[in-house]
Design a protein around this ligand. Structure first.
Ligand code: TGC
Ligand code: FAD
Length: 390
């Protein structure tokens, strides 16, 4: 396994010392703790839960949130490069970290009360509590504004929630779910702890993608929650959950390239070693073309997210720019994984090599956090001023 990032154009020279240190720490973690075990966990459809506390102790959970909550206070670029390295191991590991950091800790930080932040953020940063984010429903995926999950204000300091959420990462291992529900006052977010009566989860087995990630259905049947503990006071309307998606989509735009990097390096090393017709297959023009196209697209994707990260750190990144990066980089990663797989011939289908695992994982990444189509339409709206998705 090559020990360095694919860096054709001097990306590392554009990183700060802190960003390089984060990258190396994450890379060492992935080489030591993820790569040796991930194939068997994925084959057995198991999540490597034993890594959660280590990830917490290394500062990988909510890493761009402030230190006062036990987080690392990193730049957006450092956060992105961390996602890149985690997804080089497996999209399931990056998914876990994305959901915990961007979809659970971030909304608690951005929309929660002081007491909610003090209670949840340090535990979540340490990996001592796990969260999940329930927006999608069986009948409302790309169009979450149609959600049917309902929260009723009982007028006595409690709310009652009813509904079903589907495809929820970390759902059945979570200590707390952020459930987005329709109220008389628009969409609101609620923290629902796993033991709350009427709340249950069911793991969705049988995926051919993200097999090392837990995906679940959440069921809420007359779940009564305390307003002070549960309702996120400052997140009002659909823009509240959509605002969290900007954070997570940004991380995915970096992360997908990590999977692509792993596929590219695997194909390159194999092509240099595998001899057919008395030459390494890397000596044949057809194989070189694939490698040259892969490294070119990977490099363009790296520059896109680096610029986006710098904009984000200045508070200037727009949702449509995030959509462009998520859409482009996931497509690039999927193309690289698909191009790399046949370069290994029959070996390319084996779990000993990461290619089919990454390619299959990236099918989910292509769909979640806004499908490729939805991001095209968000960009289309940004450039024309016309929303073509409704
Ligand atoms: P629309 O009327 O356009 O917007 C409603 C309000 O929200 C604002 N807004 C945003 N705010 C912040 N960030 C964004 N990205 C935003 N997009 C829209 C908008 O300005 C408006 O604000 P206001 O003040 O006027 O109320 O809403 P719409 O219903 O027409 O839908 C817009 C659309 C289609 C872009 C949106 O619904 C969408 O993005 N759909 C895709 C759904 C999606 O991405 N779901 C992801 C679920 S979570 C997940 O997949 C986790 S995977 C986890 C893992 O394992 O990594
Ligand atoms: P649909 O919205 O039904 O779309 C089906 C097809 O129609 C897609 O190709 C789509 O692009 C296309 N389409 C839809 N609308 C339009 C339009 N207006 N114009 C053109 N084409 C359109 N959700 C969460 O809330 N939390 C999670 O943690 C989470 N984790 C996930 C984990 C995995 C492994 C997966 C696969 C999904 C997860 N999701 C999660 C759900 C994910 O966000 C949705 O699957 C996604 O938003 C798409 O919704 P859908 O599957 O219902 O597809």
């Amino acid at each position: 396994m090559t020990s360095e990032l694919t860096d054709f154009i001097g990306l590392q020279g554009l990183l700060t010392d802190e960003e390089r240190l984060v990258r190396q720490t994450a890379r060492d973690f992935v080489n030591r703790e993820v790569i040796p075990i991930i194939d068997s966990y994925a084959q057995e459809e198991k999540f490597p839960g034993h890594l959660v506390q280590t990830m917490g102790s290394l500062g990988f959970l909510g890493p761009n949130l402030p230190e006062e909550y036990g987080c690392a206070g990193l730049s957006s670029v450092a956060y992105g490069i961390l996602m890149y390295e985690l997804e080089r191991g497996d999209s399931a590991i990056r998914s876990f970290a994305s959901v915990q950091g961007s979809l659970v800790m971030y909304p608690i930080f951005a929309y929660g009360s002081a007491a909610q932040k003090e209670y949840w953020l340090p535990k979540m940063a340490a990996g001592e509590a796990i969260g999940c984010f329930g927006l999608t429903e069986p009948d409302f995926g790309s169009n979450p504004g149609g959600m049917r999950t309902r929260a009723k204000n009982n007028g006595d300091g409690t709310w009652t929630l009813n509904g079903t959420k589907m495809w929820i990462t970390n759902g059945s291992i979570a200590d707390v779910a952020i459930v987005w529900a329709r109220t008389d006052d628009g969409v609101r977010g609620f923290l629902v702890e796993k033991e709350t009566p009427g709340f249950s989860s069911r793991r969705m087995k049988g995926k051919w993608s993200l097999r090392a990630s837990v995906t679940s259905e959440l069921i809420l049947e007359n779940v009564v929650v305390d307003e002070a503990k549960s309702l996120l006071p400052d997140g009002k309307g659909l823009k509240a959950p959509l605002g969290c998606l900007n954070q997570a989509r940004y991380g995915i735009a970096w992360g997908a390239l990590g999977a692509a990097d792993n596929c590219y390096q695997t194909a390159l090393e194999y092509a240099l070693q595998r001899v057919q017709f008395d030459k390494p297959i890397a000596a044949f023009q057809l194989q070189q073309r694939k490698l040259a196209e892969m490294v070119t697209e990977l490099t363009k994707g790296q520059l896109l997210v680096l610029q986006l990260g710098r904009l984000k750190d200045q508070g200037l990144a727009t949702p449509a720019q995030v959509s462009m990066a998520k859409m482009n980089n996931v497509q690039v990663a999927l193309d690289i994984a698909r191009k790399a797989r046949p370069m290994l011939g029959a070996n390319g289908i084996m779990g000993e090599y990461p290619l089919m695992r990454h390619a299959n994982n990236l099918e989910s990444v292509y769909t979640y956090e806004g499908t490729h189509d939805m991001h095209l339409l968000i960009i289309g709206e940004a450039v024309t001023g016309i929303a073509a998705y409704r």
